[in-house]
Design a protein around this ligand. Structure first.
Ligand SMILES: NC(=O)c1ccc[n+]([C@@H]2O[C@H](COP(=O)([O-])OP(=O)(O)OC[C@H]3O[C@@H](n4cnc5c(N)ncnc54)[C@H](OP(=O)(O)O)[C@@H]3O)[C@@H](O)[C@H]2O)c1
Length: 271
């Protein structure tokens, strides 16, 4: 089975690639910039752009499994879902895992009305989102965030990769939508405490106002629609965002990794 992984150079996609290789699949990776993809030996890297679906025709030749992201540059939802799914069906793809980005878009709509065996993966929040705090932790020993009281059952990206690989390898997941969480729900100050412990320095939490957070994200170049969406999501999180479930363990046979495990693996980036 050849599986095409989109978003393969991203935080989740790299794990999807790794886990598929480990499971013995032949893996093809899509990137707009194949020359700088830096993927493991044995992965066939091909050029393609999800916003320009015709570029997927050669990439999907001989592919029977597909891992699909649903956003393009700047996390803006793709508007090309219908064409992507039509091209995938015509190419002979049978099984698809979809990395949902929080609300139903063109990819989900198209796949649900297709003949493909699809599974939607709905991770609530990535542990790696704390990388946004890296610079201020390194230079000032502080974390500034709007969402101090918000509880979040963030998930380790590797666990999403393991679930995606299982879903693409087994025939028991068709038509399922899996909400994926980590093993605990934590507030921002609780995460900051864990970071302090593993990095070995005191880190202070500073609560931002909504206006300050909007300004901070705009300065990072985040699209206005994405800013509205993110702020609304964290201020009014869906119940799934802070309700721990066992789906990762049920699908992969291993408990979901803790935030402390994530920090231990990534502590060097914050020093
Ligand atoms: N962060 C969260 O908490 C969270 C939670 C749930 C879901 N998500 C969703 O997870 C998805 C992936 O996130 P990530 O953090 O793994 O990604 P990431 O690290 O930000 O990387 C983005 C990936 O998307 C690819 N990409 C962007 N535009 C593309 C296009 N037009 N055509 C083809 N590939 C394109 C990039 O590939 P190249 O640059 O190599 O082309 C790269 O591999 C996103 O859809 C996001 O909305 C995120």
């Amino acid at each position: 089975m050849t599986i095409l992984v989109t978003g393969a150079t991203g935080k989740v996609g790299r794990h999807v690639v790794h886990e598929l290789l480990r499971a013995g699949h032949s893996v093809r990776a899509l990137s707009r910039f194949p020359a700088s993809a830096k993927l493991p030996a044995g992965v066939e890297v091909v050029a393609g752009d999800l916003s320009n679906p015709d570029t997927l025709i050669p990439a999907l030749q001989g592919v029977t499994g597909l891992h699909l992201i649903t956003t393009g540059a700047g996390y803006v939802p793709l508007t090309t879902g219908e064409e992507i799914i039509r091209i995938a069906e015509a190419a002979g793809v049978r099984r698809v895992s979809i990395l949902w980005d929080g609300k139903k878009g063109t990819v989900e709509e198209a796949v649900e009305s297709s003949h493909l065996e699809w599974t939607q993966l709905q991770p609530v929040d990535y542990m790696s989102n704390v990388m946004n705090w890296r610079e201020s932790i390194r230079t000032e020993g502080v974390v500034r965030d709007l969402f101090g009281a918000s509880l979040n059952a963030s998930i380790h990206e590797r666990d999403i990769g393991r679930v995606a690989a299982a879903v693409l390898s087994e025939d028991i997941h068709a038509g399922q939508m899996y909400t994926l969480t980590g093993p605990e729900a934590l507030t921002v100050p609780e995460k900051v405490q864990i970071l302090s412990r593993f990095i070995g320095k005191d880190i202070k939490f500073i609560q931002l106002t909504e206006e300050q957070e909007r300004k901070r994200m705009a300065e990072l170049g985040v699209d206005k629609g994405v800013i509205d969406y993110v702020i609304n999501w964290y201020m009014n999180p869906p119940i799934e965002a802070y309700t721990v479930n066992q789906t990762v363990e049920q699908i992969t046979g291993r408990p979901a990794r803790t935030f402390a495990e994530w920090v231990e693996e990534h502590a060097r980036y914050f020093k």
